[in-house]
Structures are given as structure tokens and as C-alpha cells.
Ligand binder design. Sequence first.
Ligand SMILES: NC(=O)c1ccc[n+]([C@@H]2O[C@H](COP(=O)([O-])OP(=O)(O)OC[C@H]3O[C@@H](n4cnc5c(N)ncnc54)[C@H](OP(=O)(O)O)[C@@H]3O)[C@@H](O)[C@H]2O)c1
Length: 304
Amino acid sequence: MGKIIVTGASGQFGHAAAKMLLERIPAEDLIVLSRTTDKLAEFVEAGAHVRQADFDDPASLIPAMEGGERMLLISTVRVGSRVEQHTAAVEAAKANGVKHVAYTSLLGVRTPGNPSVEGFDHLATEKMIEASGLAWTHLRNSLYAEAVATAMAIPALQAGHKPENAGDGRVPIVSRDDCVATAVGVLTQDGHANTSVDVTGPEMWTLPDAMKLISQMAGKPIEVEPVDDEGMFRYFDSLGVARKASDVVPDGPIPWASEGMVTFGQSIREGFMDVESDDVERIAGRKPRALKSVLEQYRHLWPR
Ligand SMILES: NC(=O)c1ccc[n+]([C@@H]2O[C@H](COP(=O)([O-])OP(=O)(O)OC[C@H]3O[C@@H](n4cnc5c(N)ncnc54)[C@H](OP(=O)(O)O)[C@@H]3O)[C@@H](O)[C@H]2O)c1
């Protein structure tokens, strides 16, 4: 097997994936890319190839990807304009002879009618990778348990209140650790070319039930207020969040738009993430972590 590239190796997913790969392949077969390579000293010390790469700077990508055979493409965070970034990465990979791209997509994006604006980017990226002629694996990750345990739990516990438009829609919340282990499995095993993987946790959750568990564990109330999509938009308006990605002020205090969050909740409510799968256990070779175990890991960050 040739060299494996991991993009975005200073991010949480990319960093964990690169570390796990080091346990499976010789360090000289690992190429880690980042905009901030100074955060990657441990990989330099281990003997991996650490290279500067920014998807907004296509010229940086050609030397960065030299010698790679498989690539883990970590989706970026700029909803609405990240397809161009992903396209630059795939074009550079192809120009360098990379044969297979595994991409961190989102659960349910291929289901017709899914309203998730974040999903639109993932769907467009999946199609772009397929059209590139490279072998592909779409890693369709569910909602990260770590995001529930931090970005969702902390403000809800602080306010004691959470408007929610996801209703009783079910989502198989998954630990990012299990997403990483599944990605590493895909990169190091044969047989995953041109397939999609549904990366799901072991239990279906509604978001109000997840909040109930967090509230019980924290010993603090969270009143979940069911709202419709417009009510959810109004809540984010009150926090000063731009509605559309095109209105986000670059490098401003809130770098994301509420349409991503509101349509994500809508897609859960409408059942687009209600997907059951045993792909994690099949590929990672272990049972996925329960939400409660991830909440235990992060509860020290919760307000007291
Ligand atoms: N399913 C979910 O619940 C969920 C939740 C949150 C995020 N996500 C998605 O999953 C991805 C990984 O999650 P995470 O927790 O690791 O996020 P994170 O820690 O915020 O990392 C963001 C990633 O985007 C990369 N990136 C940003 N701009 C880039 C650019 N111009 N060129 C190259 N890479 C760029 C970063 O790479 P460097 O900084 O190393 O350059 C980093 O790997 C996210 O980026 C997002 O697309 C999914």
C-alpha cells in the first residue's frame, strides 16, 4: 500500500485520524497536511511527512500532495463556499496521482429532498469526487456526540433553555472517535472503493431526549422549547447570527450562519438522519460508543 494523505491534520478529526494511522502504517507512509503545520510537531518527531496546505491556495496543494496514493479529505467548515475548497484539493490530488479519496460527508445527504444547507455542500462534493474519476468512499458521518456534549450542551445548561426545531426526529448520534476509526479502516483496508459508509452511533436519539439526559447528568434544568423553523431563525437572530452564509462577516465574531443550523434541525425533524447501519462495527471492528459515554468524557466542561 502506498502513502496516505490526511488533510486538515490540526483539526480534531484530522489530528485523531493521523494519530491512529501512525499506529497502523509506517510513519514514512503518512503525509499530514495543514494550514498550521507548527501544531504538528509530534508527527515530525514520529517521522511522518508534514506539509503546509491551504485549500484556498491551490498552488500550495501540488507540492503538498506529492507521493500520496490514498487521501482522507476532511470537509472544511465554511458552509456555502467549501465546495470550491474541496474541488481544489481533489484536483491537486488527481494531478499528483492519488488514486482514492475518502471524504467526510454527512448522513442522509443523498436522500432526495433533504433540506440541510450543510448537506448541499456535502452532496455537491460527493458528486464532484465521483466525477473526478478517482476511486471514492463517502464517509457519511452522523451528528457528532462531541458536538452535542459541548457546542449544544454548554449553552443549553448556561441558559437553562433551548429552542429546538428538530422535534421528535431521530438521529443516531455518533462519537467522532468512531468516525475516525471508520475512516482509518477505510484507508487501510481493501474493498471500500466506490462505496458509501453510514457512520452512525449505537442508539437513535431525539434532540430533546439528549438534552434530558444532559440535564439529568448535570443536575441542572434545560427547558426544551419546541419551535418551528422561523422561531429557530428568530432565536439565532437574537444572538446576532447572520441568516445566510453569504452575509457572514469574514473573520467576524460568529463565523457561521443560522441557515445551516436551522435546516440541519429541519432535516432531523423530517427524518433524513433516521438511518440505521452497522458500518462502524463492520469497518472499525468495534462497537460504537454510546452518547452517555461521550457526555461523561466532556461533563467537566459543563457549567456548575
Ligand atoms: N457531523 C457533525 O456533527 C459535524 C460537526 C462539526 C463539524 N463537522 C464537519 O467535520 C469536519 C471535521 O470536524 P472537526 O471536529 O475536526 O472540525 P475542526 O476541528 O473545526 O477542524 C476544521 C477542519 O477544517 C480544515 N480546514 C479549514 N479551512 C481549511 C482550508 N482553507 N484548507 C484546508 N483545510 C481547512 C482544518 O484544517 P487545518 O486547520 O489543519 O488546516 C480542520 O481540519 C468539519 O470541518 C466539518 O466539516 C461535522
